[in-house]
Ligand binder design. Structure first.
Ligand code: CU
Length: 149
Protein backbone atom coordinates (compact mmCIF):
# COMPACT_ATOMS: atom_id res chain seq x y z
CA UNK A 1 0.00 0.00 0.00
CA UNK A 2 2.73 2.37 1.00
CA UNK A 3 4.69 1.41 -2.08
CA UNK A 4 1.83 2.41 -4.38
CA UNK A 5 1.44 5.75 -2.67
CA UNK A 6 5.14 6.46 -3.12
CA UNK A 7 5.04 5.44 -6.75
CA UNK A 8 2.07 7.73 -7.36
CA UNK A 9 3.82 10.59 -5.64
CA UNK A 10 6.91 9.97 -7.73
CA UNK A 11 5.02 9.93 -11.00
CA UNK A 12 3.16 13.11 -10.07
CA UNK A 13 6.35 15.00 -9.42
CA UNK A 14 7.74 13.67 -12.68
CA UNK A 15 4.69 15.07 -14.45
CA UNK A 16 5.14 18.43 -12.78
CA UNK A 17 8.82 18.47 -13.64
CA UNK A 18 8.08 17.86 -17.31
CA UNK A 19 5.70 20.83 -17.31
CA UNK A 20 8.21 23.04 -15.55
CA UNK A 21 9.24 26.37 -16.97
CA UNK A 22 11.97 26.26 -19.53
CA UNK A 23 10.93 22.91 -20.98
CA UNK A 24 8.05 23.70 -23.23
CA UNK A 25 7.71 26.15 -26.06
CA UNK A 26 4.47 28.04 -25.53
CA UNK A 27 2.91 31.48 -25.43
CA UNK A 28 0.46 33.10 -23.05
CA UNK A 29 -1.04 36.45 -22.01
CA UNK A 30 -1.94 37.12 -25.64
CA UNK A 31 -4.03 40.21 -26.29
CA UNK A 32 -5.08 42.16 -29.35
CA UNK A 33 -5.75 45.83 -28.73
CA UNK A 34 -8.12 46.95 -31.45
CA UNK A 35 -7.23 50.26 -33.00
CA UNK A 36 -9.62 53.04 -31.97
CA UNK A 37 -9.39 54.32 -35.54
CA UNK A 38 -11.23 52.31 -38.19
CA UNK A 39 -8.78 51.12 -40.85
CA UNK A 40 -5.69 51.54 -38.68
CA UNK A 41 -3.82 48.41 -37.63
CA UNK A 42 -4.36 46.85 -34.22
CA UNK A 43 -1.52 45.72 -31.98
CA UNK A 44 -0.91 42.25 -30.57
CA UNK A 45 1.09 41.40 -27.47
CA UNK A 46 2.01 38.16 -25.69
CA UNK A 47 4.69 36.36 -23.73
CA UNK A 48 6.75 33.87 -25.75
CA UNK A 49 8.23 31.13 -23.58
CA UNK A 50 11.24 29.25 -24.90
CA UNK A 51 11.49 25.47 -24.90
CA UNK A 52 14.44 23.11 -24.70
CA UNK A 53 16.27 24.67 -27.62
CA UNK A 54 16.74 28.06 -29.19
CA UNK A 55 14.20 28.74 -31.93
CA UNK A 56 12.91 31.68 -33.91
CA UNK A 57 9.29 32.70 -34.22
CA UNK A 58 9.17 33.01 -38.00
CA UNK A 59 5.52 33.77 -38.64
CA UNK A 60 2.18 34.41 -37.02
CA UNK A 61 -0.92 33.67 -39.07
CA UNK A 62 -4.65 33.83 -38.55
CA UNK A 63 -7.65 32.92 -40.69
CA UNK A 64 -9.55 35.94 -39.47
CA UNK A 65 -7.28 38.87 -40.30
CA UNK A 66 -6.28 40.53 -43.55
CA UNK A 67 -2.61 40.82 -42.67
CA UNK A 68 -0.35 40.33 -39.68
CA UNK A 69 3.29 41.37 -39.28
CA UNK A 70 5.92 41.15 -36.56
CA UNK A 71 7.29 44.58 -35.67
CA UNK A 72 9.72 46.22 -33.33
CA UNK A 73 9.45 49.76 -32.04
CA UNK A 74 12.75 51.48 -31.40
CA UNK A 75 13.70 54.97 -30.41
CA UNK A 76 16.02 56.78 -32.78
CA UNK A 77 17.08 60.37 -32.19
CA UNK A 78 14.13 60.84 -29.86
CA UNK A 79 11.70 59.54 -32.45
CA UNK A 80 9.81 56.28 -32.13
CA UNK A 81 10.14 54.26 -35.30
CA UNK A 82 8.82 50.85 -36.18
CA UNK A 83 10.43 48.21 -38.35
CA UNK A 84 9.13 44.89 -39.58
CA UNK A 85 10.89 41.80 -38.21
CA UNK A 86 11.53 38.66 -40.26
CA UNK A 87 11.71 36.59 -37.10
CA UNK A 88 11.86 36.88 -33.33
CA UNK A 89 14.49 34.78 -31.52
CA UNK A 90 13.10 32.77 -28.59
CA UNK A 91 16.08 31.39 -26.62
CA UNK A 92 15.75 28.11 -24.74
CA UNK A 93 14.19 28.57 -21.32
CA UNK A 94 13.79 32.33 -21.72
CA UNK A 95 10.69 34.49 -21.97
CA UNK A 96 10.42 37.08 -24.72
CA UNK A 97 7.76 39.70 -24.22
CA UNK A 98 5.85 41.28 -27.06
CA UNK A 99 4.79 44.51 -25.40
CA UNK A 100 3.96 48.16 -26.05
CA UNK A 101 7.08 50.08 -27.05
CA UNK A 102 8.94 46.91 -28.05
CA UNK A 103 8.32 43.90 -30.22
CA UNK A 104 4.68 43.49 -31.19
CA UNK A 105 2.28 42.18 -33.78
CA UNK A 106 0.69 44.60 -36.19
CA UNK A 107 -2.69 43.33 -37.33
CA UNK A 108 -4.85 44.63 -40.14
CA UNK A 109 -8.49 43.74 -40.61
CA UNK A 110 -9.51 41.73 -37.54
CA UNK A 111 -12.73 39.94 -38.53
CA UNK A 112 -16.09 40.82 -37.02
CA UNK A 113 -16.55 37.25 -35.76
CA UNK A 114 -13.40 37.42 -33.65
CA UNK A 115 -14.37 40.87 -32.38
CA UNK A 116 -17.78 39.57 -31.28
CA UNK A 117 -16.26 36.45 -29.74
CA UNK A 118 -13.63 38.51 -27.98
CA UNK A 119 -10.95 36.04 -29.09
CA UNK A 120 -8.69 35.92 -32.11
CA UNK A 121 -7.26 32.51 -32.93
CA UNK A 122 -3.73 32.70 -34.31
CA UNK A 123 -1.01 30.21 -35.08
CA UNK A 124 2.60 30.80 -34.12
CA UNK A 125 5.07 29.15 -36.50
CA UNK A 126 8.60 28.47 -35.26
CA UNK A 127 11.85 27.73 -37.05
CA UNK A 128 11.78 24.13 -35.77
CA UNK A 129 8.38 23.66 -37.47
CA UNK A 130 6.46 23.76 -34.21
CA UNK A 131 3.05 25.34 -34.67
CA UNK A 132 1.19 26.58 -31.66
CA UNK A 133 -2.39 27.76 -31.83
CA UNK A 134 -3.39 30.39 -29.30
CA UNK A 135 -6.44 32.50 -28.57
CA UNK A 136 -5.66 36.16 -28.01
CA UNK A 137 -8.14 38.22 -26.02
CA UNK A 138 -9.53 40.96 -28.26
CA UNK A 139 -9.88 44.25 -26.42
CA UNK A 140 -11.58 47.40 -27.61
CA UNK A 141 -9.87 50.71 -27.11
CA UNK A 142 -11.02 51.95 -23.72
CA UNK A 143 -11.70 48.51 -22.26
CA UNK A 144 -10.63 48.31 -18.63
CA UNK A 145 -7.32 46.59 -17.98
CA UNK A 146 -7.75 42.88 -17.23
CA UNK A 147 -7.82 41.98 -13.56
CA UNK A 148 -4.66 40.17 -12.51
CA UNK A 149 -5.35 36.57 -11.51
CU1 CU B 1 3.98 47.95 -35.61
Amino acid sequence: MNKIAIMLAASTSLLLASCGQGDILYADNAVVNLSPVEGNPSAGYMDLHGGRMDVDLVSVISDDVLRMEMHETTEKDGMMTMAQLKSIPVPAGKTVKLEPGGKHLMIWGVGEGSKKRGLLTMTLIYSNDDRIEINAVVKNAGDPAPVAE
